[in-house]
Design a binder for this molecule. Sequence first.
Ligand code: FAD
Ligand code: MLT
Ligand code: ZN
Length: 474
Amino acid sequence: MSKPAPEIVETLAAIVGAGNVLTGDDLASYEQDWRGRARGRALCVVRPGTTDEVARVVQACAAARVSLVPQGGNTGLVAGSVPDASGAQVVLSLRRMAALRAIDAQNMTITVEAGYILQALQDTADQAGFLFPLSLGAEGSCTIGGNLATNAGGTQVVRYGNARELCLGLEVVTAQGEVWDGLSGLRKDNTGYDLRDLYVGSEGTLGVITAATLRLYPKPAAQLTAWVAVDSLEQACTLLGMAHQHLAAGLTGFEVMNQFALGLVDKHYPHLRVPLWQQTAWCVLIEVSDAESEAHARGLFEQMLEAAMEQGVIADAIIAENMRQAHDLWHIRESITLAQVEEGFNVKHDVSIPISLIPEFVRAADAALSAAFEGIRFVNFGHLGDGNLHYNIQAPPGIDAKAFVAQHEDQVSAIVYDTVSQYRGSISAEHGIGELKLHKLPQHKSATALALMRSIKTALDPHNTLNPGRVLSA
Ligand code: FAD
Ligand code: MLT
Ligand code: ZN
């Protein structure tokens, strides 16, 4: 039998203090997702300040069979961090747990609590003389706990890997409310199953991440950014190959943006002055990081771009003159997500395809969608260096965007995901499954893989109290 609701709220208040249990009108920002695609209702929001408090909260909720939805910055794009509509779930906000626990300069690691904001972590690393390379548009609000729970990607994965590859150790509160201290900071540890990797990317369904030990890198001596116009995705892929050849480990970013995506930025944020976008079907943003000097980086960049120009791979290019210009170019790229929101509802996809097959995939998906929905528009951009495209769909001109999405989202996504499967791709490269992609997963993941995932969930969270109905259906 469940405890009556008020009793569990009182129990939680006794653990974290009444001021850290929110009810009633205070809940709105915790109950809806960033894009306005999902809105639930929570019994309350609980804001523990220590690992011990998290453990006691989880124990109390487990005993009362009340389910918990872990939440960091609530910037996720698959509606996995908001409660369902029942009004019976507790949102467990990790935002108060934002302490810096340690920096080990020789081991090149930093240990922070789960609520540490990503941008603050980059700044802390910088002040200590290091680079923490995870970087994404939501970095001013998302938390390291959320980044690890979603195995976030972003714009430097081509060199440094995604959140999983930056994580050496974790502290986790299990579904039973026990604390697993896996904050080892070891680069090698083959003592059985990798528990850390089980929790990374589990989207709050297996345990609550309370702290992490993360890799730090040396700061590059210089970083340079180029903005390049190319006629086709084939050429963008050829350019990527050249960038790997010429820049080697110096290549830290390789992003593509199609003309329609850049046109949305130009339309909604004209002051950003998008360069070259009207010249070609695609633009590419390339970043090189150099351990030697800016002059060395510029030399490598110029050599590569000259070769690409001679071979007819690129149509035009600019190299940022200084950090300010580089920042402005990246700001344009990061503004695509917001420009899409300004334009109205759209259908988002975050797909992963072998890089060599991306041009063919886009041709096939574009053709199938255009045949099904005349005049449909494609907002395509993303991390080509990782084979990860944000293949988003905007309603045909003159059609109400919200109504189009409500009526056709499922069919649009079915066409995209079927094409993804034809190319042996993945329906989620970096955003996760959450709730929005839950119903699509069984069609695109093998029965064997799903059964193994379900066994893990049952073993770790037998009463299904941690973020139920996310990743796997309840
Ligand atoms: P939340 O949104 O709060 O939660 C996300 C999921 O993690 C939920 O399932 C939640 O239950 C779980 N969770 C959160 N904290 C914990 C914890 N401590 N323990 C266990 N589970 C937890 N994502 C990318 O991968 N790459 C991008 O380039 C990118 N760009 C973005 C740009 C914009 C403008 C926006 C709005 C989002 C972007 N995202 C991107 C998506 C999002 O920012 C990431 O998924 C981010 O990692 C989520 O972090 P968060 O703290 O906001 O987590
Ligand atoms: C990005 O690459 O900008 C993010 O993943 C956000 C998005 O897909 O809109
Ligand atoms: Zn992305």
